[in-house]
Design a binder for this molecule. Structure first.
Ligand code: SAM
Length: 392
């Protein structure tokens, strides 16, 4: 046995084109603002927002929205969003529409929305992939929250993941974080195989979904494919079919299996202490109890194995306006300090949760050159200790 390599994770693991990133941020904000206007336009057209000059109480506005159970948190978050966007303003203990709502009135019809969306995509090609999902969600929001249309029909029309997967690829921010995940996994697998050249490295991805992160990670690991097993897992069988189509051919080192990170690995056919890397990209926030999900990830890992967590760490209105339609976005039921009006944890929250789950040497990576307050996403690399305890 050779001595372990002592390679500190280089900081940053990968670089980002700062100019491109700045353009992306400007474009993303323009797209989000379009979504805020669309929301105001649709709610005004549905008679939910107060008429000009007649402020209404929060409860009254929410009652007019007539949401079915499960969407109460979304309703509160939408009012909060409209207030921050200066589309609603406080008037005593009530809310009044502002003059900005008139801008939204022009977006009442589908043709007007389509024309405005096309113009937006042309003006902001860096964030164009975010537009179709936003339009689909905001034009159908009222029906969804009233229970007249299932959210999945909007997010995955005809069972297609195209709308959602468009936002998980081909933009500078996601590319950067996907490359970070790939670099972290590659670094650990290299070290492991250098140390144990006759072994197989085992990597498990939980919530692999449409495979937005999987692609870059598998590419980075191809160099050691003959000494690697990669488990592409998700709770949804549809995502496993998608994964097989995308990554199944010509990759005998990739297995596809259902795994729900809310449950213990041993109950679902996975051996505790068997993985070198567990990767969870944009999935753990969706679980009922983050502490349980982290415990299960810890239990999957060998001592010294790493968990790579890629998560949004501050609330974005874009997500409230899109993923907020999925009841799952609001289903969390734990005491973790979620960022208000979202299921997310901030950087300190993740550090504390990883620490409590028994991980050590937690490193957080984000876009170089930005202040902490400007970061929206963080990739954490955390090392599992020997004492994982019960995973239940
Ligand atoms: C927002 S998508 C992210 C997909 C992918 N990781 C990416 O970054 O491109 C979240 C994924 O997590 C999966 N998911 C949600 N809850 C889960 C759970 N309890 N266990 C495993 N996967 C889950 C969903 O089915 C979905 O595919």
């Amino acid at each position: 046995m050779t001595a372990p390599d002592v390679e500190a994770a280089p900081q940053p693991l990968v670089d980002v084109d700062q100019d491109r990133y700045a353009r992306f941020r400007t474009s993303f904000e323009a797209v989000t603002d379009f979504g805020r206007l669309l929301l105001a336009g649709r709610l005004a057209a549905a008679g939910v927002l107060p008429a000009v000059g007649t402020p209404a109480g929060r409860d009254e506005i929410l009652a007019r929205l007539a949401m079915v159970g499960g969407y109460q948190r979304l309703g509160e978050a939408l009012l909060d969003l409209l207030e921050r966007a200066d589309l609603l303003r406080r008037d005593g203990d009530r809310l009044a529409v502002t003059r900005r709502v008139a801008e939204a009135a022009g977006l009442a019809g589908d043709d007007a929305v389509e024309a405005a969306a096309s113009a937006l995509r042309r003006a902001h090609p860096e964030a164009a992939g975010y537009v179709p999902l936003l339009v689909a969600c905001q034009t159908q929001l009222v029906e969804v929250v009233r229970g007249d249309r299932p959210a999945n029909e909007v997010l995955f029309p005809g069972g297609s993941a195209e709308l959602v997967s468009a936002i998980y690829r081909d933009n500078v921010q996601l590319d950067f974080y996907n490359r970070l995940c790939a670099a972290a996994a590659q670094q650990h697998v290299r070290q492991f195989l250098r140390r144990y050249p006759r072994s197989f490295a085992q990597v498990m991805e939980v919530g692999a979904g449409t495979g937005g992160t999987t692609g870059p990670v598998l590419d980075a690991l191809t160099e050691r494919a003959e000494r690697l097993r990669y488990f592409y897992t998700d709770v949804g069988p549809g995502f496993l079919r998608l994964g097989r189509q995308r990554f199944g051919a010509d990759r005998s080192h990739v297995d596809f299996a259902r795994y729900n990170v809310e449950g213990a690995p041993e109950d679902q056919g996975f051996e505790p202490g068997s993985m070198d890397v567990v990767l969870a990209s944009n999935v753990l926030h969706a679980t009922l109890r983050i502490s349980a999900a982290l415990r299960h990830c810890h239990s999957l890992l060998k001592p010294g194995g790493i968990l790579v967590v890629n998560e949004m760490t501050s609330r974005l209105d874009y997500n409230t306006l899109t993923f907020g339609l999925a009841e799952g976005w609001w289903r969390h039921a734990d005491d973790e300090p979620r960022v208000p009006a979202s299921p997310l944890l901030d950087v300190a929250g993740w550090r504390a949760a990883l620490d409590r789950a028994g991980f050590v040497d937690v490193r957080a990576h984000a876009v170089p050159g930005l202040d902490d307050g400007e970061q929206v996403q963080t990739m954490f690399v955390a090392t599992a200790t020997g004492a994982s305890g019960s995973s239940r």
